[in-house]
Design a protein around this ligand. Structure first.
Ligand SMILES: [Zn+2]
Length: 543
């Protein structure tokens, strides 16, 4: 972000000199045309093939990471086992690691290499409440009842990035290619709780390109303003006065009344909000017991909209509701807490196109009959209208800007995408047609479906890293799009306020409650080839 055009040019010259020392003469004579894909480069293509083969040879390494993190099943801000495990692997593989970055104990930045380009490789690591699920079983069957689990598939993305980085690092070392690989975790993504703070802490200041990756049921990459929303996550707390709820109710003022009045008010207002908004809440404190007028109560809202201005407006409406509800209930509104935020995502066109070219080279994994049987089994279990199993072909894998964004989910990679050219590679490691944030989305995530999807995703990621390292013009084109198209009229302004800090206390009580039981099921790769083996699950198990 802060890189000046001067230093960028110097790097491009240095890279060109480094490349000319070893590149095929043919490739050097071909002119650089901005905004069009670079001409075929035989050396680059050969190295991409080598990286893909290397990723294939590390399939067991990738499988172990996927299964291990699945077994940890840690909620946002409590990813202590996951982080310790990843940091160990990265150190063993020559990365230097800075832990506890941006004031978040489970966040880290691992760095290898030197010089430009600086490529940041990120993926989320946290899981979903109450999504504990035995992998490979096509119906609801938790490992630990009520416990969190990887009902989104965030156990797989770090394996994509780390496998790719190790394969490319080997090539960069041998070929003396300049460049820096930086691996970081999407901590507490389900709370959209960390990435705005990473940006604020300057983690992306010297980054040239951010390659993010996220699980899906097919390959995809997009550019421009896509579907989905950004959001602000706000907790409103009220303070009243307790009293005997039967003997002296007139002496009490109920904080819970304010929470309920705010919710009623919000649900009336909902009719008059834009179609693209999404808003939802949970009551995190609703009082203690019915015979005590609740002195305290809290409600936690996600306010989602498709652009920064509308998120701010929705947030202001929420603030007004909270103040009005406090007045109606005769209680005090305490200072609100911002628990997370996300900008709407906007991805980079030249990098998305380069990624798509690599997706086309890699293609979909080869699914077995057992993989398809599991997929159809859960689709039947959920009474889906389509029982079509796993996708075998790429479908609409390169997506451009969306004209009428009708809203949807959010990811705080949006904040990164407005600070440095970014794309998200979606890779096929899950089953189509599932509800999301649900036990069903965990079924495939420690099975051959996820293992094959991660290997395929790592090949694409490795190839795209090589594109960025060996084609300085691609990085220039990415910044040209970022500066002159994406941020021409819209600049990043953080949704988090200067006084906000990462909400690192969230989920602690839940993990404290379930971790002792979950520990019994942590994956032990020294004893079992796969997590399915350890759990003694026949693959697939269907009704
Ligand atoms: Zn996710």
């Amino acid at each position: 972000m802060e890189t000046t055009s001067k230093s960028r040019r110097q790097w491009a010259i240095a890279a060109a000199i480094a490349a000319s020392a070893v590149a095929a003469p043919l490739a050097q004579k071909q002119p650089v045309k901005p905004r069009t894909p670079a001409p075929a480069n035989a050396r680059l293509e050969a190295l991409k093939k080598e990286a893909a083969d290397d990723v294939d040879s590390r399939a067991q390494f990738s499988q172990q990471m996927v299964d291990q993190i699945f077994s940890y099943g840690e909620l946002g801000f409590q990813e202590f086992e996951t982080t310790r495990y990843l940091v160990d692997i990265l150190k063993q593989n020559g990365f230097s690691v800075q832990e506890g970055v941006a004031g978040i104990p489970t966040a880290f930045v691992a760095t290898w290499g030197s010089g430009k380009p600086v490529i940041a490789l990120g993926s989320d690591i946290d899981c979903i409440p109450q999504a504990s699920q035995k992998p490979g079983v096509a119906y609801h069957d938790p490992i630990v009842e009520g416990a969190p689990g990887h009902g989104e598939g965030h156990n797989s993305g770090q394996a994509v990035n780390i496998t790719a980085a190790i394969a490319v690092k080997k090539i960069m070392e041998r070929e003396h290619l300049p460049g820096t690989l930086r691996i970081w975790p999407g901590t507490a993504e389900e709370l959209v709780g960390s990435k705005a703070y990473f940006v604020r802490a300057g983690l992306f200041k010297d980054v040239d390109i951010a390659l993010f990756t996220h699980v899906d049921s097919n390959f995809a990459v997009s550019w421009g303003a896509g579907t989905g929303t950004g959001l602000v996550s706000v907790q409103y707390s009220f303070l009243g006065e307790s009293a005997h709820a039967a003997a002296n109710p007139w002496r009490g003022r109920s904080a819970l009344d304010a929470v309920e009045l705010m919710d009623v008010g919000w649900n009336f207002r909902r009719e008059h909000l834009r179609l693209s908004q999404r808003s939802h809440d949970v009551i995190v404190d609703g009082g203690d017991q019915p015979n005590v007028v609740p002195r305290t109560a809290s409600v936690w809202y996600y306010f989602r909209e498709t652009d920064y201005q509308h998120i701010k407006e929705l947030w202001e409406t929420g603030d007004t509701m909270a103040k009005a509800a406090a007045m109606m209930a005769g209680v005090d509104l305490l200072p609100e807490k911002v628990l997370g935020a996300a900008w709407p995502q906007h991805f980079n066109k030249p990098v998305a196109e380069a990624t798509y070219a690599n997706i086309q080279k890699v293609g979909m994994p080869k699914w077995s009959d057992a993989d398809q049987e599991l997929a159809r089994g859960i689709q039947k279990e959920l009474k889906n209208p389509r029982i079509d199993g796993l996708a075998t072909d790429l479908r609409n894998a390169l997506r451009g800007p969306v004209e009428n964004n009708t809203g949807g989910g959010s990811d705080d990679i949006g904040d990164v995408s407005w600070n440095v050219p970014t794309v998200t590679l979606r890779y096929p490691a899950n089953i189509p047609g599932l509800p999301g944030h649900n036990w069903a989305n965990g079924i495939s995530m420690a099975t051959p479906i996820a293992h094959k999807g991660v290997t395929a995703g790592a090949k694409v990621q490795a190839m795209t890293i090589l594109d960025l390292v060996m084609r300085p013009e691609l990085v220039d084109q990415a910044w040209d799009y970022f500066r002159n198209v994406q941020t021409k009229d819209q600049k990043y302004e953080p949704l988090i306020r200067p006084q906000d800090e990462p909400a690192i206390w969230l989920n602690k009580a839940t993990m404290d409650k379930y971790r002792p039981e979950m520990k019994k099921y942590y994956y032990d790769p020294s004893r079992f080839k796969t997590y399915l083996d350890q759990l003694g699950i026949k693959y697939p198990t269907t009704r």
